[in-house]
Design a protein around this ligand. Sequence first.
Ligand code: PAF
Length: 290
Amino acid sequence: MKTIHSVASLRAEIRAARLAGKDIGFVPTMGNLHEGHISLISAAKQQQCFTVASIFVNPLQFNDADDLARYPRTLDEDKEKLFSAGCDLLFAPDVEEMYPNGQHRQTTVHVPHVSEGLCGGSRPGHFDGVATVVTKLFNMVQPDLAFFGEKDFQQVAVIRKMVEDLNMHLEIVAVPTARAADGLALSSRNGYLSEEQRIQASALYQALKSITDGLQQRKLISELLKHATESLTDAGFTPDYLEVRHADDLSLIDDSALETGERIVVLGAAWLGKARLIDNISVTLNRHID
Ligand code: PAF
């Protein structure tokens, strides 16, 4: 596996892979790789793609300077993991390579509606930063397929909408969330948890699960959210949001929509100490039969 740092070298490598008749599979990341990222590499390999990963901690998507400063940077360990997973090429640019005209003079991409509320509400500007860097990376890598983890459900929805609206010529593949044995979604931010907090952390998944179970039994959304919020607080979390939305476009939902048998998603974000954890569960509700 080669590691390259410049857009010019990246384009040369991609051209060579294309000449060899390969499809390009792309896995964009911010590094500090875990099993969830490796499952994205495996999904690309399964499609017989020439697999390109990127590692770039994108300052444009951080609305908090401290959060950006302490985001874990573990390039050497990441390279080993990517090599073992069979990744073909790693693109690891620095900030100057990605934003040569300066971050504040960068043309940005805004994806309306689907980027509003949820994480977009709590982290102003976050999805503009994500959409902008992903557009730039897509233009650099020119992938046939790009792989994203479903843990970041809203991010996947934003990217799908952007690809559709801007006629980008690639397929977005969403890969199921990788979880620890107790249900906790794998995330680079889990590294911020103390041993004691790590034991409590699966309460977020349990809270989402209790909501989806309750929805299957046609309990009221407001009641389910109230109980789940209380259980999170009891487990030491400070909840940010817990919501039930339509899974396709993340539009708001009410109890009357629950009779239709359509796909819904329960999304949550909550602070546990210094870690802001997010997770979601999507389900198709059984049709109600009296
Ligand atoms: O999910 C991430 O790690 C980042 O948001 C992404 C997609 C690599 C863009 O910086």
